[in-house]
Write a protein that binds this ligand. Structure first.
Ligand SMILES: [Zn+2]
Length: 75
Protein backbone atom coordinates (compact mmCIF):
# COMPACT_ATOMS: atom_id res chain seq x y z
CA UNK A 1 0.00 0.00 0.00
CA UNK A 2 1.41 3.34 -1.02
CA UNK A 3 0.31 6.79 0.06
CA UNK A 4 -1.11 7.25 -3.41
CA UNK A 5 -3.33 4.19 -2.90
CA UNK A 6 -4.56 5.62 0.41
CA UNK A 7 -5.37 8.95 -1.23
CA UNK A 8 -7.19 7.22 -4.08
CA UNK A 9 -9.26 5.11 -1.68
CA UNK A 10 -10.25 8.13 0.37
CA UNK A 11 -11.37 10.03 -2.72
CA UNK A 12 -13.29 7.01 -3.98
CA UNK A 13 -15.00 6.60 -0.61
CA UNK A 14 -16.11 10.23 -0.64
CA UNK A 15 -17.14 10.10 -4.31
CA UNK A 16 -18.96 11.94 -5.83
CA UNK A 17 -18.15 14.60 -3.23
CA UNK A 18 -14.94 16.60 -3.73
CA UNK A 19 -12.28 16.81 -1.03
CA UNK A 20 -9.42 19.29 -0.65
CA UNK A 21 -5.73 18.56 -0.17
CA UNK A 22 -5.80 19.71 3.44
CA UNK A 23 -8.60 17.36 4.40
CA UNK A 24 -6.91 14.47 2.60
CA UNK A 25 -3.70 15.20 4.52
CA UNK A 26 -5.60 15.42 7.79
CA UNK A 27 -7.63 12.25 7.22
CA UNK A 28 -4.63 10.21 6.23
CA UNK A 29 -2.27 11.77 8.75
CA UNK A 30 0.15 12.83 6.04
CA UNK A 31 3.20 14.70 7.20
CA UNK A 32 5.07 17.51 5.49
CA UNK A 33 7.31 14.83 4.05
CA UNK A 34 4.33 13.48 2.11
CA UNK A 35 2.47 16.56 0.90
CA UNK A 36 -1.07 15.68 -0.15
CA UNK A 37 -1.05 18.10 -3.05
CA UNK A 38 1.74 16.14 -4.72
CA UNK A 39 -0.44 13.05 -4.54
CA UNK A 40 -3.63 14.71 -5.71
CA UNK A 41 -1.77 16.29 -8.60
CA UNK A 42 -0.46 12.89 -9.53
CA UNK A 43 -3.95 11.40 -9.33
CA UNK A 44 -5.48 14.26 -11.29
CA UNK A 45 -3.27 13.24 -14.17
CA UNK A 46 -4.90 9.82 -14.30
CA UNK A 47 -8.25 9.03 -15.93
CA UNK A 48 -11.23 9.17 -13.58
CA UNK A 49 -10.03 12.01 -11.36
CA UNK A 50 -10.32 15.75 -11.73
CA UNK A 51 -8.97 18.74 -9.85
CA UNK A 52 -10.87 22.01 -9.71
CA UNK A 53 -11.73 24.97 -7.50
CA UNK A 54 -14.84 24.02 -5.60
CA UNK A 55 -16.27 23.79 -2.08
CA UNK A 56 -14.72 20.89 -0.18
CA UNK A 57 -17.36 18.46 1.10
CA UNK A 58 -15.56 18.05 4.43
CA UNK A 59 -14.41 21.55 5.47
CA UNK A 60 -16.71 23.62 3.22
CA UNK A 61 -13.87 25.89 2.11
CA UNK A 62 -13.71 26.81 -1.55
CA UNK A 63 -10.28 25.73 -2.68
CA UNK A 64 -8.55 23.24 -4.95
CA UNK A 65 -10.32 19.93 -4.52
CA UNK A 66 -10.15 16.56 -6.22
CA UNK A 67 -12.86 14.05 -6.90
CA UNK A 68 -13.58 10.97 -8.85
CA UNK A 69 -15.40 11.52 -12.10
CA UNK A 70 -18.14 9.18 -13.16
CA UNK A 71 -17.01 6.75 -15.79
CA UNK A 72 -19.39 6.59 -18.73
CA UNK A 73 -18.31 2.99 -19.31
CA UNK A 74 -19.63 1.94 -15.89
CA UNK A 75 -23.22 1.57 -17.09
ZN1 LIG B 1 -11.41 20.32 2.97
Amino acid sequence: MTVLDDVRRLIERLSPHPVCDDCIAERLGLSVRQPANHKTRELAGTPGFERRIEACSLCNSTKTVIRKTVKSSAR
